[in-house]
Design a protein around this ligand. Structure first.
Ligand code: SF4
Ligand code: MG
Length: 338
């Protein structure tokens, strides 16, 4: 597959100010701190990590909902980060977002028809009768009754509201959609319906998804590749299967060991990796490897040197010094079981 987006050294730092009269920057929240990866046309890239690790900020920075502090996002041969808004505007059609909260992300004072038609108007694609027909077509595509076009968001269930959000994202025929935990606020009974809808839409319209979730189990089935983030950095990225069968980053290993296995026999003999402590603040991230304060394998080098995000095996990227010390992992693991 072709590369759709290339992300280089992407940073999104939020300044923290102090002072009433003279505002001065006293610190920065390093929400996203130097990401390098590609997104391929037609794939679903799952992006996983604990809340506050920067995954939503990453999605928003890629589609320029936030303008990144540093780095590049290359799309259609252009670096989106350096384009002025006027030049970015036509490209925004291609880059859409489905939000986590189907309640908060829809304007309660607008009818469903106006909500879904809004991007058509913003991009001057349709108005009047043509816009209304397109909205009704979109409602059918996402499984909503087009006769409800004049209703308001509160007249719909959570699952139906998420369908409205999906219709709005599809309105301009985008190529890339950031899906920010699109099902985590929904009832378990309707999560599968929305997932199936999103998979069908992907095939039908050749969409590329960045699918954000807080745990690995949630992206397992939908993702072609999975990326794991920790404290604003990429820990690991590989094919979905590869991540499960051969996790190289200790953080990924810990996340996988937390996913329950249905077979009680396997579950009994499994070695769980329980992380110590809490996630440190992105205001003051640890030196060296940001994971070293919680990593069961950490040694002196980890606190001093930032591990590079490198290809360890074909298509399998990891940021961890263990790739230079393969024996260490087994040694520490052996000591854990004893
Ligand atoms: Fe653990 Fe060191 Fe690897 Fe970081 S670099 S994940 S601290 S072993
Ligand atoms: Mg989030």
């Amino acid at each position: 597959a072709e590369k759709l987006l290339t992300i280089e050294n992407l940073k999104m730092h939020f300044p923290v100010y102090r002072g009433a009269l003279v505002r001065r920057e006293v610190n920065r929240v390093r929400a996203v701190d130097g990401l390098n990866f590609d997104i391929y046309e037609g794939e679903t890239l799952g992006l996983v990590g604990e809340s506050g690790c920067g995954k939503s900020t990453t999605g928003r920075s890629i589609i320029q909902l936030y303008r990144p502090t540093d780095g590049k996002v290359v799309f259609d041969g252009k670096n989106l980060c350096e384009l002025p808004e006027a030049e970015l505007h036509p490209l925004r059609r291609d880059l859409q977002m489905i939000f986590q909260d189907p309640y908060g992300s829809l304007n309660p004072r607008m009818t469903v028809g106006d909500i879904i038609a809004e991007p058509l108007k913003v991009h001057k694609l349709a108005s009047g009768k043509a816009a209304r027909e397109r909205v009704q077509e979109l409602m059918e595509i996402v499984g909503l009754d087009p006769r409800f076009i004049r209703r308001y968001p509160h007249e719909f269930s959570g699952g139906q509201r998420q369908r409205i959000g999906i219709a709005r994202a599809l309105a301009c025929e985008p190529r890339f959609i950031v899906c920010d935990e699109p099902i985590s606020a929904l009832d378990v009974s309707i999560q599968a319906q929305i997932m199936n809808l999103m998979e069908d839409l992907q095939k039908e319209f050749n969409l590329t998804y960045l699918f954000i979730a807080h745990d690995l189990a949630a992206v397992r089935h939908i993702s072609d590749r999975i990326a794991v983030m920790y404290l604003g950095k990429m820990a690991e990225l590989a094919d979905g299967r590869e991540i499960y069968d051969n996790p190289l980053h200790p953080y990924t290993e810990a996340l996988i060991s937390a996913v329950p296995i249905p077979d009680p026999e396997v579950e009994k003999t499994r070695q769980r990796i329980v992380l110590q402590g809490d996630v440190p603040s992105p205001l003051n991230p640890p030196s060296g490897c940001v994971f070293h304060t919680r990593c069961p394998y950490a040694w002196e080098r980890c606190a001093m040197e930032v591990p590079r995000f490198e290809q360890a095996e074909p298509g399998h990227y990891v940021a961890c010094h263990l790739i230079d010390e393969p024996m260490r992992r087994e040694r520490v693991k052996g000591a854990m079981t004893r």
